[in-house]
Each structure stands twice: as structure tokens, then as C-alpha cells.
Design a binder for this molecule. Structure first.
Ligand SMILES: Cc1cc2nc3c(=O)[nH]c(=O)nc-3n(C[C@H](O)[C@H](O)[C@H](O)COP(=O)(O)O)c2cc1C
Length: 199
């Protein structure tokens, strides 16, 4: 059945397929199909002092705007990481920007942190009580004059709602983001984050 469904889904533009997946999860029709396995005590995991029902989570980039984390918990994920969220909303790169590599069973994404922005996403999380361990992945706006400060904004905003926060310094789709891999720049960023945390 999946292979039939797959050939149908593969007729849809990949970014549109992602959008449709989010829309169908939003309808909240997901039953707790994996609940029995999910609740198996064998799968319980402790990570960074967080209790997880199971160790399989969904990575950043699927629920970029924190629209469907609760349906994802119901589906059985042990944690959900939303984002990447930037301080201000941004469109991301020009379309098309997601490409299927069918033969390689892979996908290339060049989305470039398209998201609704930190205020909208924070309010969405505040008004939708999370049913599991929720991570928020933060990054800088493409046109920011102070990218380091953008991480601090993300940290400050989401620390009240997130169980953990991830800083994205690895995306190849925001020009020069990987400059933070430079030892001194990374030290400076981590020092600023520690100071912010201790404030
Ligand atoms: C369409 C798409 C969008 C993504 N967007 C983000 C993102 O916004 N932030 C991020 O940290 N990672 C993003 N990722 C990377 C994923 O979080 C993950 O690291 C990557 O898909 C590798 O994990 P996998 O092998 O389980 O797919 C994205 C991946 C895909 C396929």
C-alpha cells in the first residue's frame, strides 16, 4: 500500500507535499496508533535530565512553525524539535528549494529558514499546551546585522516554553552561517549564551 501511496505523493511538488502533511496533521485526525508500543517501559529514556517516552524524536525542519507538535506526540514521537525559528519572520530562499533525489532515496533542501518568526511561534506554543518534550531550534535572520544577538533573542524568548533549545550553526542554506564554526566565533557565541542563561 505504501508503494502505491508513494508514487502518488511523488507526483506532488516536495514542498507542497510537506505543506499538505502539516495541514493533515493540523486536522488532528491522527489516532494514537502507536500508543501501545510508545508506552512500552522498555523505551523510556532519560536524556539531559528529560524523561522521554521513547528515544525517537522528530528533527527540526518538519514542524518549522510549531503548528503540529501535539499531533506528532500523538503519533508516537518521544520528542519534537520545532524550528528553525528566527527572531523575525522570513520567506527563505526562492522556490523551487526542495528537490527529491528519487534514485538515492534522498532529498535536498535549500529552504533557508522560512518561518513565521519568534513572536508568532512563541504565542502559538503558549496557547497550545505541549503533550511531550518540546525542543526549539533557533537561528539568525538572513539579513540580520547582529547574528550572534539573534541567537540570544531566541534563547530569551523560548526559554520559558521549551524543554531544550538548539542553536543552528550548521545550515548550509544561510550564507556564512557556518562562520560560527570558527573556533573564536564559536567560543564568543557560547560565552554569550552562558552569560544569558545565568542572567
Ligand atoms: C525539508 C527539510 C528541512 C529542514 N529544515 C531544518 C531546519 O529548519 N533546521 C534544522 O536544524 N534542520 C533542518 N533540517 C535537517 C533535519 O533536522 C535533519 O538534521 C536532517 O534531515 C537529517 O536527519 P534525517 O537523516 O533523519 O533526515 C531539515 C531537513 C529537511 C529534509
Amino acid at each position: 500500500m505504501y508503494s502505491n501511496l508513494r508514487s502518488l505523493i511523488f507526483k506532488i511538488d516536495p514542498e507542497r507535499a510537506h505543506f499538505l502533511a502539516i495541514q493533515s496533521l493540523k486536522l488532528n485526525l491522527v489516532s494514537n496508533i502507536f500508543d501501545e508500543t510508545k508506552n512500552d517501559p522498555l523505551l523510556k529514556t532519560k536524556l539531559f535530565n528529560q524523561d522521554l517516552d521513547n528515544p525517537i524524536g522528530i528533527a527540526a525542519g518538519f514542524d518549522k512553525n510549531a503548528e503540529v507538535y501535539n499531533p506528532l506526540f500523538k503519533l508516537g514521537f518521544g520528542f519534537v524539535e520545532v524550528g528553525t525559528v528566527t527572531p523575525l519572520k522570513q520567506y527563505g530562499n526562492e522556490k523551487p528549494r526542495v528537490f527529491r533525489l528519487v534514485e538515492d532515496q534522498a532529498l535536498i533542501n535549500r529552504l533557508g529558514f522560512n518561518n513565521h518568526g519568534s513572536d508568532t511561534i512563541l504565542n502559538r506554543i503558549k496557547s497550545n499546551k505541549k503533550l511531550g518534550v518540546l525542543g526549539v531550534n533557533v537561528g539568525p535572520n538572513k539579513d540580520s546585522n547582529d547574528r550572534l544577538n539573534d541567537y540570544l533573542i531566541g534563547l530569551e524568548k523560548f526559554s520559558e516554553v521549551a524543554d531544550y533549545i538548539t542553536i543552528n550553526i550548521s545550515s548550509p542554506n544561510t550564507e556564512n552561517l557556518r562562520n560560527f564554526h570558527d573556533e573564536n566565533k564559536l567560543k564568543e557565541l557560547l560565552k554569550s549564551i552562558s552569560e544569558k542563561k545565568n542572567n
